[in-house]
Design a protein around this ligand. Structure first.
Ligand SMILES: O=C(O)c1ccccc1N[C@@H]1O[C@H](COP(=O)(O)O)[C@@H](O)[C@H]1O
Length: 234
């Protein structure tokens, strides 16, 4: 199970998240107006900080993941290559052609396409086969608000909606949207799905000031990685 935490903006954030157990650290580039958006040089610097984070035998260095609204494949690839970031999260309404261009340009990249879900409606649903043919490696199901807000909504997806979407695809998937330590049991069916590969968290990884909280991240990791039966009897 992979734990991704989104929106690091400093080397201290990267160190805290790596130590607390994040496997992937989301770095924003091309998220105009976003509070965690980074310049290209800052993006590259934090990607390097991930790779050189302190490691232990039990805890390898976290992988940096580009999180972007960009739609221009050349701009995405230039930034990712310059920073040596192989995980690419297309968080926005990029069409399947963008995925195809990224995979053509850099076949070794892992392209994560976000599917936006409002209630029980996934706006990309008619395009799922196209995204797969284009070469999407992993889908990420995220909750959007009824008002159209995208990313870090803190809203949770209905587990049955997640399973339904998982069954409509054939690729591994991550789940986002209000994921926390406290709602792990609610997602029992999801966590047991053979193509479930992990969770992506923003809101629940932070304290009331908006800063990342090591205890919260460790707690999320502990609950989501634990075998449920063990959790139930403790
Ligand atoms: O966090 C944002 O505002 C954001 C902006 C642009 C792209 C992605 C963003 N975050 C994503 O939000 C979800 C997790 O949100 P939460 O746990 O519900 O707060 C995750 O997919 C992040 O990558």
């Amino acid at each position: 199970m992979l734990l991704k935490v989104c929106g690091a903006t400093s080397r201290d954030d990267v160190a805290l998240l790596g130590t607390a157990g994040a496997d992937l650290i989301g770095l924003w580039y091309g998220v105009p107006g976003g509070p965690a958006d980074l310049s290209l040089s800052r993006f590259a610097d934090l990607a390097e900080a991930c790779r050189t984070a302190e490691v232990t035998a039990a805890r390898p260095a976290p992988d940096p993941m580009l999180v972007t609204f960009l739609r221009d494949p050349a701009a995405i690839l230039d930034a990712a290559r310059a920073a040596g970031v192989r995980w690419l999260q297309l968080h926005g309404y990029q069409p399947p052609g963008v995925v195809a261009a990224l995979k053509r340009g850099w076949p070794e990249a892992t392209v994560v396409k976000v599917l936006h879900v409002t209630g029980d409606v996934c706006v990309e649903r008619p395009l799922l086969a196209s995204y797969e043919r284009a070469g999407t490696d992993v889908f990420l199901f995220d909750a959007t608000s009824a008002g159209g807000r995208v990313g870090s909504t803190g809203l949770s997806l209905d587990p049955d909606v997640v399973i339904d979407l998982a069954e409509a695809t054939t690729r591994p998937f991550l789940v986002a949207g209000g994921i926390s330590a406290a709602n792990r049991l609610r997602y029992e069916k999801v966590a047991a799905h053979p193509r479930f590969v992990g969770v992506d968290v923003d809101t629940a990884a932070r304290d009331e000031t908006g800063a990342f909280c090591a205890d919260s991240v460790s707690d999320i990791r502990h609950h989501w990685r634990a075998v449920p039966e063990v959790e139930e009897v403790v």
